[in-house]
Design a protein around this ligand. Structure first.
Ligand SMILES: Nc1ncnc2c1ncn2[C@@H]1O[C@H](COP(=O)(O)OP(=O)(O)O)[C@@H](O)[C@H]1O
Ligand SMILES: [Mg+2]
Length: 370
């Protein structure tokens, strides 16, 4: 943990940024509703959710350019904003970076990065050189923005935001203006620089891959609320509901009804611990966690405890996707479609009958949604 972490009277580290029960209402509708978050110095938290779920509004309240209707914001354990008291944006020691970052076109790269800096000329120059070194742009120090590529401009914008050593960096979809190949590279570089600088970072994105790549912690947001919060691994592997699974990947859903903490399906029985008798459930499974097996004269593979009972389906289509193939089956048992991805090339002809099994350890059982 960064050495400049604040501590409370008992010596416990205090979050650099803490948001408590933040709320914002527009036209009678809460677009941010009871949002609470903590970010430690040197940590990256991603606020992840679909467009319109309230991510930018949350960020704007923390930046101080939007007022909340309820809730508090604390920095290093100090209240900086509630509904009656408010430290102005420029005194919050917060760095900002947005998708349409604008560099000053008439200023050189060095002048852009030095823009918000205080101190002597030599001190400013040293800081500018340090940051441009970190982002690998020292050779452009006297260039002008129009002489740089989009990715290079992005790195200048990052340097400018970090130059005054903000304790907190707020980033709103900062990579969405960049093309795919470039984006991965810039994400990695940005993460390295952010970690080196030790700020607490709150990064907003609607892309799960970006959140998984960058975040120490993901806060999954939906309709103004944080529905789940945790390390990327936990969010992906222990999702809270069907929509949380579906936000990260394609899903298949198999329906069942619970009897004695078990549900019967064409794929055999699934455990449904704690679910009352008669409750409808959905077994949610990602396409990469179904297994395909061959037909043996009208029979599939033998049932196993790990994979349950096989069910037969007929290939509707098969597509090569590069690192994997996607095969869609129409299932004999009810005519529904199940999607399966397999690594490498697997392109069975439409009309071919094959057998599917479901990995028991990779499926999620949720109460059925209305
Ligand atoms: N100033 C505003 N006035 C009215 N509605 C707004 C305003 N700003 C945002 N909203 C609405 O609040 C919701 C959340 O917006 P936003 O925070 O920008 O979402 P996100 O960043 O997750 O896409 C949207 O429905 C948006 O239309
Ligand atoms: Mg937004």
């Amino acid at each position: 943990m960064a050495p400049d972490t604040a501590r409370d009277a008992a010596g416990t580290p205090v979050p650099r940024l803490e948001v408590r029960n933040l709320r914002r209402v527009f036209d009678g509708r809460a677009v941010v509703d009871d949002v609470s978050l903590r970010v430690m110095p040197g940590q990256v938290t991603c606020l992840l959710g679909p467009s319109g779920c309230g991510k930018s509004t949350t960020l704007r309240m923390i930046a101080g350019v939007e007022m909340q209707d309820a809730g508090e914001i604390h920095v290093d354990g100090r209240l900086i904003c509630d509904t009656t008291f408010r430290v102005p944006p420029e005194r919050r020691n917060i760095g900002l970076m947005f998708q349409d970052f604008a560099l000053f076109p008439h200023l050189s790269v060095a002048e852009n990065v030095a823009f918000g800096l205080k101190g002597s000329k030599a001190e400013k120059r040293a800081r500018v050189e340090q940051l441009l070194g970190e982002v690998g742009l020292n050779r452009f120090i006297e260039s002008y923005p129009h002489e740089l590529s989009g990715g290079e401009q992005q790195r200048v914008a990052l340097s400018r935001a970090l130059a005054p050593r903000p304790g907190i960096m707020l980033m709103d979809e900062p990579f969405s203006g960049l093309d795919n190949r470039l984006r991965d590279e810039i994400r990695d570089l940005t993460l390295d620089v952010l970690k080196k600088e030790g700020a607490a970072v709150l990064l907003v994105t609607h892309e799960p891959e970006e959140a998984m790549r960058m975040a120490d912690e993901i806060a999954l947001m939906r309709d103004g609320r944080i529905v789940q919060q945790g390390a990327p691994y936990n969010i992906y592997n222990a999702p809270i509901d069907r929509a949380a699974v579906g936000f990260f990947s394609d899903i298949n859903v198999i329906k069942g009804k619970v009897q004695g903490a078990l549900t019967d399906t064409p794929f055999g029985q699934f455990l449904a611990p704690g679910v009352p008798d008669g409750q409808e459930v959905e077994i949610v499974i990602r396409p990469q966690h179904l297994k395909i097996d061959f037909d043996r004269g009208g029979r599939g593979p033998d049932p196993t405890p790990q994979d349950g009972v096989p069910a037969r389906g007929v290939v509707q289509r098969a597509r090569f996707m590069g690192s994997e193939s996607l095969v869609e089956f129409r299932m004999d048992f009810d005519g529904s479609i199940l999607k399966v991805t397999v690594p490498n090339v697997f392109l069975p002809s439409p009309g071919k009958a094959l057998w599917l099994t479901i990995r028991r350890d990779r499926c999620f059982v949720f109460p059925a949604e209305a």
